[in-house]
Ligand binder design. Structure first.
Ligand SMILES: [Ca+2]
Ligand SMILES: [Ca+2]
Length: 145
């Protein structure tokens, strides 16, 4: 699923079956019993087993979740089993690369050879590092002070 979806985003559905006859012995209630410490997900306890978000998911905070889901019947001696749901969050490119300053000044002697180091503008972005090469744009109306 993508990060930053609204709350109540459908994630997936789990389903357990119970071979006992219709009635409490095969009445299934779903619960998340592990992996949801941050309270990001909820599961419909009824037969749907639908997992949804109840918070905004941020890839930069956590990029995957492993939930342990329990299915429990309503028998007098209640029986249960569990399954694991792994949810991988897909990063959305919502942070532009940001320079640490909006103006850089340096000095360079004339007639230096090609490939002389000029300076390294530093870049500071919240998205995980990718192969971004900072480009130096002409300083015309680009920055806001
Ligand atoms: Ca049962
Ligand atoms: Ca992102």
């Amino acid at each position: 699923m993508y990060e930053e979806g609204p709350m109540n985003t459908y994630v997936m559905q789990v389903s357990a079956s119970d071979a006992d006859s219709i009635g409490p012995n095969s009445d299934i209630v779903y619960r998340i019993i592990g992996g949801n410490e941050k309270g990001v997900f909820t599961i419909d306890p009824s037969k749907s087993g639908m997992i949804k978000t109840i918070a905004i998911v941020d890839y930069e905070v956590q990029d995957s979740y492993i939930l342990v889901i329990e299915a429990r019947d309503n028998g007098t001696v209640s029986l249960s089993s569990t399954c694991v749901v792994e949810i991988n969050i897909i990063d959305i490119n919502h942070n532009p690369p940001l320079f640490s300053q909006n103006k850089y000044v340096t000095e360079l002697y004339e007639e230096v050879p090609m490939n002389t180091y000029v300076m390294q503008p530093t870049q500071n972005a919240c998205n995980r590092p990718t192969a971004v090469t900072p480009r130096i744009e002409p300083a015309t109306g680009g920055g806001t002070a």
